[in-house]
Design a protein around this ligand. Sequence first.
Ligand SMILES: Nc1ncnc2c1ncn2[C@@H]1O[C@H](COP(=O)(O)OP(=O)(O)OP(=O)(O)O)[C@@H](O)[C@H]1O
Ligand SMILES: [Mg+2]
Length: 482
Amino acid sequence: MTLAAVSPIITTPQFEAANFLNLLIVDDERSIRDACREVAQSLGFNAFAADSAEHAYRLLETHSIDAVLLDLRLPGAGGLEALRQIKSHRSEAVVVVVTGYGTVQSAVQAMKNGAYDYVTKPFTVDELKLLLERVASHLKLKSENRLLREKVKSKQGFGSIIGRAPEMEKLYRIIAKAANSAHPVLILGESGTGKEMVARSIHYSGPFRDKPFIPVDCGSLVPTLIESELFGHVRGAFTGATNPKDGLLAIAEGGTVFLDEIGELPVDLQAKLLRAIQEKEIRPVGSVKRVPINVRILAATNRNLERAVTEGTFRRDLFFRLNVLTLRIPALRERRQDIPLLVAHFLERIGRDAGIEKTISDEALKALLNYDWPGNVRELENSLERACALSSANEIQIRDLPTQIYGAPADLMGISQPSNGIVPMAELEKQTILHALTQVNGDKMLAARLLGIGKTTLYRKLKEYESQNWAVAPITGAGTGG
Ligand SMILES: Nc1ncnc2c1ncn2[C@@H]1O[C@H](COP(=O)(O)OP(=O)(O)OP(=O)(O)O)[C@@H](O)[C@H]1O
Ligand SMILES: [Mg+2]
């Protein structure tokens, strides 16, 4: 057994996915239990050890065990019986069985009885690590899927998408239609418009909502890993592939794979993806066999794919394949009427989390309505979160908003901001005074009062601006004190 011989075990940085997962090690050999425990802990697992099947059952009763490393050669009734008992105690526990050379048959039997994977003795620390990391990722994915299902279910289909602009109503109709079909859907929209939200809605409003929804960010994956992520690999496919791995297209069986940032997918993989969609089968890296898949593809991009096709960076045939149904989500500035609804929605959520009621001043809301929102709904959400964090008062004021929004009235009045974003004080003062006058329809008395300056000061300032040829003309007529 090489495992116990490798010492000391180098503690690697904690593998995030394993944090707080409970692993039970069942082995009658103390040295193996201790060594496995050390490896598991170095990965972030909470490790428990049992020296017999009976001991393991007791621990299963009292601890919420997520995964079990089970020696099949246990004294007494044996490992297969222990596996059966473990599964009946805790059906969702992921069980990896440990078997000796020459007894692989029993490992195969164990897999048939619900084991997740097996490892043969002797194994190295690295093999065990990779295996446990895989278990952790598998558990994480499982719990994420469960959480999401619950989250979205409780919000009933696409009820969580906020917006009543006509473009949004149209979008809801297409989502409903798309949800009940199996065709690929291409979701287009600027960054932060809610592409992922729409993809989830399509999945969770459809008939296969109980199956997995698996998002894949084609932009953030290392190109060399995308193929193995999507299609899986067999043991020994490349250095470090000590265990076979299912691809996401296979894991999503019966459900949906959401290919986010599809425009970033390398061209060679575009061809493989196209084949997978057309033939409904994949070939894991390093394998000669093809595996059938049954999965729905949704894709999203904020890039102009048609242009990418013309430029030769995106395959035309894949584009047509994905583009069976297109959904374009409007930018927030194209549906400003939805801003108050979204603001109310986010303030309600932020307030609920913080335990206080949050409101917004008219002036601040006006600034939000006037801003252009290059980062769309996400930027709006972040701005409100920031504003609420900055101010302990219940009502958000304009000064609590990020400066680019706060400065928006200047743009509205036709004052262009210098490229360095710094506006001289005198100019800011001008903007503030003129904006105040616009707001009160030119009532100078009222404007002076609201601005907190004397009437004479206001008049003097306006004279100055007039002499500079400043556009005060539209305001002068309606004044009461002029
Ligand atoms: N119509 C909407 N109603 C409520 N919340 C929304 C809406 N659209 C987007 N959001 C929220 O805005 C944030 C961004 O949404 P999402 O991640 O779906 O956008 P995206 O288009 O995928 O962005 P990116 O291009 O940056 O990946 C999320 O927190 C989401 O909940
Ligand atoms: Mg996204």
